[in-house]
Design a protein around this ligand. Structure first.
Ligand SMILES: [Zn+2]
Ligand SMILES: [Zn+2]
Length: 178
């Protein structure tokens, strides 16, 4: 997550916290706490945040006999993600600073090797997920608009029926083995 995303996440978390506390003050949290509201908020998630959200919702559902988390869960999820991305941003800053200090020694060959194998892994992944199992377009299930547009419950049912892993959406293993 880059700095821009971290800032967005901070704003989003701030909005949600305010929103939840206002609704709670009105004593209407139960009424608003629906799948629809969750989906509405989750629609604003992008990239890594979206993946993480999907994975964590499924993990939650699995641990709660198929029940789905509410907005209070979402609030703590966002706060957790924010803390994480802020930590990462700080570490990246540190990395950049220390890199500048030992410019000469910086580009070690092991680092380069790591980068190459990372690129290869990404390519490999892309190839495997080329055809979407849901709409058969050229994208992974993670990126499928039809899939992401489904209500959380419908998505969960689809994953269960397809015997997919709740965490990575691939077939062939359970989430506990992912
Ligand atoms: Zn698709
Ligand atoms: Zn998996």
């Amino acid at each position: 997550m880059d700095l821009h995303e971290t800032q967005n996440l901070a704003n989003l978390t701030h909005d949600l916290v305010n929103c939840v506390s206002v609704i709670r003050g009105l004593g209407q949290l139960k009424e608003v706490d629906t799948d629809d509201a969750m989906c509405h908020i989750a629609e604003r998630f992008e990239g890594k945040l979206r993946d993480e959200y999907n994975a964590q919702v499924y993990a939650y559902a699995k641990n709660h006999c198929g029940a789905f988390p509410g907005v209070e869960w979402l609030q703590s999820f966002l706060q957790d993600m924010l803390t994480r991305s802020q930590t990462t941003a700080k570490l990246q800053k540190k990395d950049m600073m220390s890199e500048g200090q030992n410019k000469a020694a910086a580009s070690s060959s092991s680092q380069k090797k790591k980068q190459i194998s990372l690129t290869m892994a990404t390519k490999e992944e892309g190839r495997n997920t080329d055809t979407c199992p849901l709409c058969e377009d050229a994208h992974s299930l993670h990126e499928c608009r039809a899939f992401l547009g489904m209500l959380v419950k419908a998505r969960s049912t689809y994953i269960r029926d397809e015997r997919r892993c709740y965490a990575c959406l691939q077939q062939g293993h359970r989430m506990s083995e992912c």
